[in-house]
Design a protein around this ligand. Structure first.
Ligand code: PLP
Length: 399
């Protein structure tokens, strides 16, 4: 039985970031305003000098605006609650949060294992930055059997994403956590798919959870934001120091929008996920569909892990079509409600025609030349989305 001190997530998200009452009038707006600040002004030198000792005690005390004030603190709390962690560090985008994770825990000469299903731009980070500063990366399937062949004396970190970005393959997070402990590796996971409390890798043994708040938390396709969440104080200290040293800073306006998005996150997620499942089931029956990738489908190979570890799904799915790439292009162009664009998690449905070179490095991909389309179901009526897919699929038969 939950006590009032531990409200359910939906309740918590309506009460985080509320403005404090003015001691004189006893009144306040409901929502905390965006506290925009570069300079933090202190009442006295004594107050300024208290910042260090307060920080040492684990309080969120700030000397300067780069770290953000109350609005940031409220959102950090919300992110900790969503991920089941104790410390959150914000970054200007999901990719910046990923970068913060790598640079906080790795040094020259270190080796990191990366699951080959991870978000594509991680490879760009590797090519453009990590390789230049002497951090070596090995990509392989995100399962223990494959990973253990690649551990070296220099391996410090295991970086995974479950479910994977393009094919939504579920990884066994508990097994990965046991493997990481056995080899003394920091297990970092991209949990953008799971934000909203549907998947909590930290509770399954991961050390670090990285999220793009750009997606479901923002929820309205109008802001970029990321966060790194941990429970361990030592890892938190490394993140704190690196975030400061790299000069990371996030606008209070964006954080304020993210808090606003977080309040309706559970509701939006529910609607988007219900449509995702309905669309996945509808597509599964269609003669032009070879395979649907969606871990909440009983036919998906990740279904058992999804049932064991997740409290829900979302609106992301991939579809392998029985057609040429040219036909798949015609299909995508024929869609009305699914906008052509990267990203997901907003109110509007989206479609992306996945390029063969994006798929090639994924060991989970066995589809050869098949066209793969990634869909995101937003908040439109599901009937309209299915009707849209149905009419666009006739483009394939027409060619
Ligand atoms: C979008 C995304 C990111 C990057 O987030 P940005 O805010 O766009 O930089 C990282 N990981 C996953 C899984 C994503 O979908």
């Amino acid at each position: 039985m939950k006590t009032p001190e531990q409200p359910k997530l939906d309740t918590y998200l309506q009460h985080v970031g509320m403005a404090e009452f003015d001691p004189h009038s006893g009144a306040a707006p409901v929502a905390l305003p965006p506290y925009r600040a570069s300079t933090v002004r202190f009442e006295s030198l004594a107050a300024l000098e208290q910042v260090g000792p307060r920080k040492a005690k684990g309080e969120r005390a700030v000397r300067y605006g780069r770290s953000g004030l109350d609005t940031h603190a409220a959102f950090e709390d919300a992110v900790c609650q969503l991920e089941g962690g104790r410390h959150a560090y914000l970054a200007s985008s999901g990719l910046a949060a990923i970068t913060l994770g790598f640079l906080s825990f790795l040094s020259q000469g270190d080796h990191v294992l990366v699951a080959d299903c991870a978000y594509g731009p991680v490879r760009t980070l590797d090519k453009s930055v990590l390789s230049r500063i002497g951090i070596q990366v090995t990509y392989c399937a995100g399962d223990v059997a494959a990973l253990q062949d690649h551990v070296t004396g220099q391996t410090r970190m295991l970086y995974v994403e479950s479910p994977g970005s393009l094919l939504l393959e579920m990884l066994d997070m508990r097994a990965l956590a046991a493997f990481a402990r056995e080899h003394n590796l920091i297990l970092v996971t991209d949990n953008t798919w799971g934000t909203g409390g549907i998947y909590q890798p930290l509770a399954l043994g991961a050390d670090v959870s990285v999220i793009a708040a750009t997606k479901y938390i923002g929820g309205h396709s109008d802001l970029m934001l990321g966060a790194v969440v941990v429970s361990d104080d030592g890892l938190a200290a490394q993140l704190d120091e690196t975030q400061y040293a790299l000069g990371y800073s996030v606008s209070a306006d964006d954080v304020w929008l993210a808090i606003r998005g977080a309040r309706t996150l559970p509701l939006r997620l529910q609607q988007s996920a219900a449509s995702g499942l309905a669309v996945a089931q509808w597509l599964q029956q269609h003669p032009l569909v070879e395979r649907v990738y969606f871990p909440a489908l009983p036919e998906d190979p990740g279904y058992a892990l999804w049932q064991r570890d997740c409290r829900g799904a979302n609106g992301l799915l991939s579809v392998q079509l029985r057609c040429s790439r040219a036909q798949a292009k015609a299909f995508v162009d024929a869609l009305t409600y699914f906008g052509i664009g990267y990203s997901w998690g907003g109110f509007e449905s989206l479609v992306q025609l996945v390029r063969p070179e994006q798929l090639a490095p994924h060991s989970y991909w066995t589809g050869g030349d098949h066209a793969l389309v990634r869909l995101y179901t937003g908040l439109e009526s599901c009937d309209d989305l299915i009707a849209d897919l149905s009419q666009a699929l006739t483009q394939i038969t027409a060619k």
